[in-house]
Write a new protein. Structure first.
Lengths: 260, 105
């Protein structure tokens, strides 16, 4: 087997983000260029000019986690279609960060794994935040939410989600404030409508703007009448999906009345 | 690709030649997104999938032709068509474009 496949396999196994470009239509059909997130390249599509243009596009596709076909001139010219190149992105798994090591966390972590998230559970109370209670999580962290986000906030992007399940303003408020300073695509916070109102007042007092507050999904989840931790987890991940895709969904946040 | 790596490793260790088909484009609805991969070795063993089971049988035929040298690497299209040009279709009514090649890179 060749060097390109060996490098691809190594990247997949180590979860190192990589894009594989393949000429699928054109004289060099089958030619390969492997592009790592740090810009390192292996292989060639046939010309240095083409490689340069495709590598740039591949990095952009990798950033957004998309795979698809693009058309180029023989030397990478735009708006020409001498050849078709399939760019296959192998981005890092999206992240789901759950604050609060409670019963709902167990179900949400399992549901997150099912959808392919890398799941981190974080709680400041070391008796609750244990790998034994959350064996499905990729990582269990004993720390304050804001301190974890200070460390990993840079790595969060539009595909990632932060869920605050503690129902305790002592933890919730700094967690939401820190999450709002990242590029994370989804922030949700659990609690009754009264808890949500109280938290919102505290957040505004902490300097959170009305626009920022509008991005926080609270009460967390869709209005599907879910009750158990497992049902609630479904309503939360469904809200994460609808936020990412931009499709309209009955968010509890935008409704009044009973949650259950 | 990740989910078929273990099978590919096993086949390669055993010295089998392998064809790989990857979904590169979907028109309309399709069960698997671009990047979904399926591999077929020269003994006709299969790993992975490129649809919900609708076109896998036809992909095996293409893969065996490729490994036999009866066809080269290229795009294979399955899907609904008014003139019924494609014998194999997707129940969801979409059109799926695959790129098939030998895993020799």
């Amino acid at each position: 087997m060749g060097a390109v496949f060996d490098a691809l396999r190594e990247s997949l196994r180590t979860e190192s983000p990589v894009a594989l470009a393949t000429v699928i239509d054109g004289p060099e059909a089958g030619a390969k260029l492997l592009v790592h997130q740090d810009g390192r390249q292996l292989g060639t599509l046939g010309s240095a000019d083409l490689d340069r243009v495709v590598a740039r596009d591949a990095l952009a596709e990798l950033e957004s986690g998309r795979s698809g076909v693009r058309h180029y001139g023989a030397s990478g010219e735009a708006r020409q279609a001498d050849l078709s190149v399939f760019i296959e992105s192998h981005a890092a798994r999206p992240q789901l960060v759950i604050f609060g090591a409670v019963d709902f966390t167990r179900a949400l972590a399992a549901q997150g794994k099912l959808l392919g998230f890398r799941v981190t559970v974080c709680d400041a109370r070391e008796v609750f935040a244990t790998k034994r209670r959350f064996p499905m999580a990729d990582e269990v962290v004993v720390d304050w939410p804001n301190r974890l986000l200070d460390r990993i906030g840079e790595s969060l992007g539009p595909r990632d989600a932060v869920c605050v399940l503690t129902h305790d303003n002592k933890f919730d408020v700094p967690a939401v404030v820190s999450a709002l300073s990242t590029r994370v695509g989804y922030i949700g916070a659990m609690g009754s409508r009264r808890t949500t109102d109280t938290r919102n007042e505290r957040l505004l007092a902490e300097g959170v703007t009305a626009d920022q507050l509008a991005k926080v999904m609270a009460p967390i989840g869709l209005d599907i009448g879910s009750r158990s931790p497992e049902e609630t987890a479904v309503s939360i991940v469904a809200e994460i999906i609808s936020t990412r895709t931009g499709h309209a969904a009955p968010n509890l946040k935008d409704r009044d009345g009973a949650i259950h | 690709m990740l989910e078929i790596l273990d099978d590919l490793d096993r086949w390669q260790t055993a010295g089998r030649r392998i064809a790989v088909a990857r979904v590169v484009d979907i028109e309309g609805s399709g069960p698997r997104d671009p990047g979904a991969a399926m591999a077929v070795n020269e003994d006709g063993e299969v790993a992975g999938s490129v649809s919900g089971g609708c076109v896998e049988g036809a992909v095996v035929v293409e893969a065996m032709q490729l490994l036999d040298g009866d066809r080269g690497p290229g795009i294979v299209t399955f899907g609904f068509s008014d003139d019924e040009a494609f014998a194999v279709g997707l129940t969801c009514g979409g059109i799926i474009h695959l790129f098939i090649e030998e895993l020799d890179w």
